[in-house]
Design a protein around this ligand. Structure first.
Ligand SMILES: Cc1cc2nc3c(=O)[nH]c(=O)nc-3n(C[C@H](O)[C@H](O)[C@H](O)COP(=O)(O)OP(=O)(O)OC[C@H]3O[C@@H](n4cnc5c(N)ncnc54)[C@H](O)[C@@H]3O)c2cc1C
Ligand code: SF4
Length: 338
């Protein structure tokens, strides 16, 4: 029996005060990831600070024409919110491609960013894993690594970030608002998650005593030409082998601006501004999209069981960009399940 204290935070200041006072404490929001990790003995918090009742559940327009999403907005509410459906359908599609309706009802926006990898060895406490136990080794590099990363890997960890929502947020160029003991700060989405390097136990650049309060979307949502394409082993309730968030702004048949982010291939949603810049001014056709795919994947490296992901990603990028250009986004089969 492991004793765990439970406390409810009254407001954001109280939440920060409580987490700063106990480095072994954890916030709990929807609990869909944290409780699983506790059951598997991967996470062992001394104290759960329940933030689920904090007033961070609104989706509002900002003065500059963007949208601010409270960190506790459930994934379902966000996907079906009229502002998101109409102006940021890429984000809506990505959320609906994830998990199940029941899980999306519980899962929070902030929790989705901080969900941990689905590497099997990370969950299996009988095996070495640098992310779970720094310095113990990586069982995946020479083990079963079919779902693992092909970009941004290190000698210590080849895990992927499992979120769908985050891939769309990376493409849209969102910002993350956080509050810690010194006050508030904003982190560009591209800088929020990190590559493993020598410290794979650290998933993000959020400090341990900070809370995510909101995600901010810029005014431009690429609502006319976008696609979120998720390739997975089953059509629902499965994490991405490869996913692509593609968004284009077109002028006639030429690309004025392009956004491209990949999921399921790295320790963070993978985006390369140079691969996007190379598309600007080009004709929106298969040749351009193939060049973009080759460029984005130029440093991809496979392991024993996941080399197939390189070609899969290349084809998925071309398909998603073609769908975006044609204004025929990948339809989500679960789009009607609320
Ligand atoms: C069976 C299954 C299938 C799934 N499939 C998918 C999928 O296909 N695609 C996908 O994207 N996701 C999938 N998920 C993951 C799911 O989306 C996440 O578990 C969920 O988004 C986490 O949100 P939560 O509110 O439940 O987080 P919690 O479990 O409450 O917390 C997760 C982590 O975030 C921290 N945290 C939470 N909120 C904050 C905050 N505001 N500030 C600071 N720290 C915070 C917690 O301390 C904890 O460390 C799946 C989950 C399950 C169980
Ligand atoms: S890939 Fe990362 S999470 Fe998986 S076993 Fe290796 S160190 Fe652990």
């Amino acid at each position: 029996m492991i004793n765990i204290q439970y406390a409810r935070a009254n407001d954001v200041t109280d939440a920060v005060r409580q987490i700063a006072a106990d480095p072994a404490a954890k916030f709990i929001a929807g609990g869909t990831n944290l409780v699983d990790l506790m059951k598997e003995d991967v996470e062992r918090p001394s104290r759960l600070i329940d933030i689920s009742r904090l007033p961070l559940k609104t989706v509002e327009e900002t003065k500059d024409g963007g949208v601010r999403i409270g960190a506790l907005v459930p994934n379902s509410d966000l996907a079906w919110h009229p502002l998101i459906e109409q102006r940021y359908p890429l984000l809506s599609s990505a959320i609906l491609a994830g998990a199940s309706a029941q899980l999306r009802n519980m899962a929070s926006t902030g929790g989705n960013l901080l969900q941990r990898t689905r590497c099997y060895y990370f969950y299996d406490t009988a095996t070495p894993c640098n992310k779970r136990e720094p310095g113990s080794g990586c069982s995946a590099i020479k083990g079963v690594n079919r779902m693992h990363a092909i970009l941004g890997t290190s000698e210590t960890c080849i895990a992927t970030h499992p979120s769908d929502m985050c891939v769309a947020l990376a493409a849209i160029d969102a910002k993350v608002h956080v509050t810690g003991p010194p006050g508030e700060r904003t982190i560009a989405f591209a800088d929020f998650h990190r590559v493993p390097g020598n410290t794979p136990e650290i998933d993000s650049n959020l400090h341990p005593n900070e809370i995510i309060t909101a995600i901010e979307l810029p005014p431009r949502g690429f609502a006319a030409n976008y696609s979120y394409l998720k390739i997975r082993d089953r059509l629902s309730y499965a994490f991405a082998l490869v996913s692509v968030a593609a968004a284009l702004e077109l002028e006639g048949d030429r690309i004025k601006d392009a956004r491209l982010a990949l999921g399921g291939v790295a320790h963070k949603p993978w985006r390369d501004p140079a691969a996007e810049a190379a598309q600007r001014g080009q004709i929106a056709n298969q040749a351009t999209f193939m060049r973009a795919a080759d460029f984005l994947l130029r440093d991809a490296k496979g392991f024993e069981h996941n080399s197939f992901k390189i070609d899969l990603a290349r084809r998925a990028i071309v398909r998603a960009l073609t769908q975006a250009a044609n204004g025929t986004p990948q339809s989500q089969s679960n789009k009607k399940i609320r």
